[in-house]
Design a protein. Structure first.
Length: 79
């Protein structure tokens, strides 16, 4: 059941992230970063359950990149 939930979460939030980030409108585009961070727990649980330690390291990089996007598009004041 956990594997199925992780796969659904990865599908929904991963697809939503890529779709939103590909849009040209900044007020919609920035929500891709939020979708991405919501999806990260599904990825890490799936990787750990599968004992895919290399992907756990890749997950760390992806999470850092998404947090940078959140910082740049949500937290840091606009110039």
């Amino acid at each position: 059941m956990v594997k199925l939930c992780c796969q659904i979460g990865i599908l929904v939030f991963g697809s939503l992230q890529i779709f939103l980030l590909s849009l040209k409108h900044h007020h919609v585009n920035k929500w891709g970063w939020i979708a991405g961070i919501i999806g990260q727990p599904f990825f890490i649980v799936a990787y750990i359950k599968a004992r895919q330690w290399g992907l756990v390291l890749l997950w760390c990089f992806y999470t850092y990149a998404i947090l940078q996007g959140i910082w740049n598009h949500w937290i840091r004041p606009a110039k």
